[in-house]
Design a protein around this ligand. Structure first.
Ligand SMILES: [Zn+2]
Length: 202
């Protein structure tokens, strides 16, 4: 297992390096709860699509992750915003970070924007790469705000059941609390609407 604390330190260094150059980059989201990923996943998908996803996860022995998708219930929005199941985003492993660019305190939502002669998101990507991270800026389904620790997706490193096992260990208390309506700290940050124009969420 990689060390999430080290990753966070690297992200902080990158942001401070960019801030020093006069660019207002801010860390918006590092750890994203699998229940929140599940909410994102349900957006824009029909009941049938969701049932298929749940069944396919269960068939692979990923009962915890299936339960995450099931538990969050129907979500609003007609556009799909992510293709990534809960557990399969590096954000659930604390190995990915979304860093937004601000200009005059406003979130810059154009990935190719040039302000003051600087293509901010490209610079973020290049700075991330300098620190050995991987940037979503260059992906086919672009995710300009996204930096991650490893080169490839979670699936390239872990079997489906390992993902389920690890996520259950890390988050099962939260799921139980959520089901008992006790606490859902992770719902506070729902950026999906703002991200719609810029990104596919990974
Ligand atoms: Zn991200």
């Amino acid at each position: 297992m990689e060390n999430p604390k080290e990753f966070k330190k690297q992200i902080e260094k990158i942001i401070s390096e960019l801030n020093t150059q006069g660019l207002d980059f801010r860390l918006i989201e590092l750890e994203r709860h699998p229940l929140k990923q599940a909410k994102y996943y349900r957006k824009g998908r029909s009941t049938v699509e969701i049932a298929n996803a749940i069944n396919s996860l269960k068939a692979k022995g990923c009962n915890f992750l299936a339960q995450c998708i099931e538990s969050v219930g129907p979500q609003t929005g007609n556009k799909k915003i992510t293709w990534v199941y809960p557990g399969f985003s590096w954000h659930q492993w604390e190995e990915a970070a979304d860093i937004w660019w601000f200009h005059n305190d406003k979130f810059v939502t154009d990935a190719e924007a040039i302000i003051g002669g600087i293509k901010g998101y490209e610079l973020l990507a290049k700075t991330g790469i300098k620190y050995n991270l991987t940037s979503g800026y260059y992906w086919k389904t672009q995710d300009a705000v996204h930096l991650q620790n490893r080169k490839h997706g979670v699936k390239s490193y872990f079997e489906d059941q390992e993902v389920d096992f690890y996520m259950e260990q890390k988050y099962s208390n939260d799921l139980n609390n959520y089901l008992n309506n006790k606490k859902d700290w992770w719902t506070e940050l729902d950026h999906s609407e703002e991200l719609l124009n810029l990104n596919c969420i990974h």
